[in-house]
Design a protein around this ligand. Structure first.
Ligand code: NOJ
Length: 543
């Protein structure tokens, strides 16, 4: 077997993110569940053809942050099902060759987790030190200036025990103290629990947050808020987050976590991806580990923050390619449950170009549910807002990308049984046109474009294994690159503008178009006079 063909499933495959609350409601309570996901596995394997699913949290939770506030790491919330249903999901997915990746939330628990209930019960409780507790400062102020990502100070006063506890997110999400070996041991036990049940990997929520500065020093002010952040985050941007996350010793913990995963490799290769919002390439790449012994990948969110222009996109890809440690595998993300919808960030036409980009770059694409339909941001009336982030910091709400999956034009878009009066978030009004059933019947739909791209990527070693080389390095409106494996070269040309683009690519000989975003041309094409129409992306095999 050649080196390239020995790549693993998480390298050659495509990962599809499921937000369980919004994928399929099987029991008519207006909230998606695990049995619903099982019902839709054929869609994932046969209609789309993805290789892995990543499930956002389904653990028991008071749902203050919709499952990212975990009250038990080793069970399923009754809202979503039970462990037996989870086991069935894993078995059914595996039967279809779909790997199952689950979300792990190591930085914080719910304030209803028994660990925290014990911890806050008294200063002498054996679990007191499982969380970050601190006295008020002599002047009566909070222990330091750290801020919650979701707005306001990161400290909450506990009246009973007269100390503050740290919460990097909601006050209902107290931060664990990873400097306590008992916390690490308990979390690794949970990891083993799921590995034993057959999960193929983990997505680690805010993986870089877990170690804090041991002295809990104040963060310095941020002299240039616009420059260093991912997206505008309100007051959170007023500081440089030097001490509350991204501490160097997080790498020690990630190495230990990786060793736990590796101990299960004999059965089959496992996988880990970290949610790491770091945009300094060198620092970002450090999460692969010096000897590739930490995360299999830190999520690469750089495309999400890049302006939709060729120069910026090329810059992201070049930056990543240059930063990757030898042997490390790249990855790209264009949407998830925290970001506005792809088809709303760009035009619908450019969202199709984005699909070509995501599915033809070198490395693993992670695709967010509904993006393959061209779903747009939901319209959420003020009184139906659910996301605590949006309620606390208006404008930053994430409900818009969490609306129910649109399966058909029947009531509730086929997400919930027709008799259901109210889904947890309203179904987006375009569901009569934008839905799986209808798009399957339309040869030029978003869904059929994605299906074609997915099938072609899967069948084409140049795309799922090959190298990457940019071709046209100057234009702002078009982005052209070649992917190459041992015996195959594929050229990708993206028109990021609404104007036609005339390209002379005669150096590349002749080619055959395999996919066009417009879904109306295929076959031989003259590379000397290649015309890309408005918002057209093409993928062509070179001779
Ligand atoms: C990142 C998750 O993606 C987000 O949805 C969640 O609110 C925070 N982490 C806190 O867990």
């Amino acid at each position: 077997m050649s080196k390239s063909s020995s790549r693993l499933w998480w390298q050659t495959g495509i990962i599809y993110q499921i937000y369980p609350r919004s994928f399929q409601d099987s029991n008519g309570d207006g909230v998606g569940d695990l049995a619903g996901i099982i019902q839709r596995l054929d869609y994932l394997s046969d209609t789309l053809g993805v290789d892995a699913i990543w499930l956002s949290p389904f653990y028991p939770s008071p749902m203050a942050d919709f499952g990212y506030d975990v009250a038990d790491y080793c069970d399923v919330d009754p809202l979503f099902g039970d462990l037996a249903t989870f086991d069935r999901l894993v078995a059914d997915a595996h039967r279809r060759n779909i790997a199952v990746i689950i979300d792990l939330v190591p930085n914080h628990t719910s304030d209803q987790h028994p660990w925290f209930i014990e911890s806050r019960s008294s200063r002498n409780n054996p679990k007191r030190n499982w969380y970050v507790w601190k006295d008020v400062r002599p002047d009566g102020s909070v222990p330091n200036n750290w801020l919650s990502v979701f707005g306001g100070p990161a400290w909450e006063w506990d009246e009973k025990t007269q100390q503050y506890y740290l919460h990097s997110f909601l006050k209902e999400q107290p931060d664990l103290n990873w400097r306590n070996p008992q916390v690490k041991a308990a979390m690794f036990d949970a990891v083993r629990f799921w590995l034993e049940r057959g999960v193929d990997g983990f997505r680690l929520d805010v993986a870089h947050f877990i170690m804090k500065d041991p002295q809990l020093r104040d963060n310095p002010p941020n002299p240039d808020p616009a420059k260093t952040q991912f997206k505008p985050m309100g007051d959170y941007d007023t500081q440089l987050h030097l001490y509350d996350k991204g501490r160097p010793d997080v790498h020690l913990v990630l190495r230990e976590f990786r060793a736990v995963l590796n101990s299960y490799e004999a059965v089959r290769p496992r996988y880990s991806v970290g949610e790491i919002h770091i945009f300094d390439w060198k620092e970002w790449a450090s999460y692969y580990g010096k000897n590739l012994d930490e995360l299999h990948m830190p999520f690469n969110f750089a495309l999400l923050r890049a302006p939709w222009q060729a120069k910026a996109l090329r810059g992201v890809v070049n930056g990543l390619e240059a930063a990757l440690p030898p042997g490390a595998w790249p990855n790209y993300v264009l949407g998830n449950h925290d970001e506005p919808r792809l088809a709303s960030r760009y035009s619908r036409e450019q969202a199709r170009v984005a699909a070509v980009l995501l599915l033809t770059l070198r490395g693993t694409p992670t695709l967010y549910q509904g993006d393959e339909l061209g779903m747009v941001n939901g319209e959420i009336p003020f009184d139906q807002q659910q996301d605590p982030f949006g309620i606390r910091v208006p404008g930053l709400g994430r409900d818009v990308c969490r609306t129910p999956m649109q399966w058909s034009d029947s009531p509730n878009a086929g997400f919930a049984p027709p008799h259901v009066k109210k889904c947890w978030l309203p179904v987006t009004s375009d569901y009569h046109e934008v839905n799986v059933e209808r798009e399957l019947a339309d040869p030029t739909s978003f869904l059929n474009l994605y299906r074609k791209l997915l099938a072609y990527r899967r069948a084409t070693p140049a795309l799922h294994l090959g190298s990457y080389r940019p071709v046209d390095n100057v234009s702002q409106d078009r982005y052209v690159y070649v992917r190459q494996s041992e015996n195959q070269r594929v050229l990708v040309a993206l028109n990021l503008s609404e104007r036609d683009q005339l390209l002379n690519l005669s150096d590349y000989g002749a080619g055959k178009i395999q996919v066009s975003t417009h879904m109306d041309r295929q076959g031989a094409c003259d590379l000397k006079h290649l015309v890309l129409r408005s918002s057209e992306g093409i993928v062509m095999e070179l001779e």
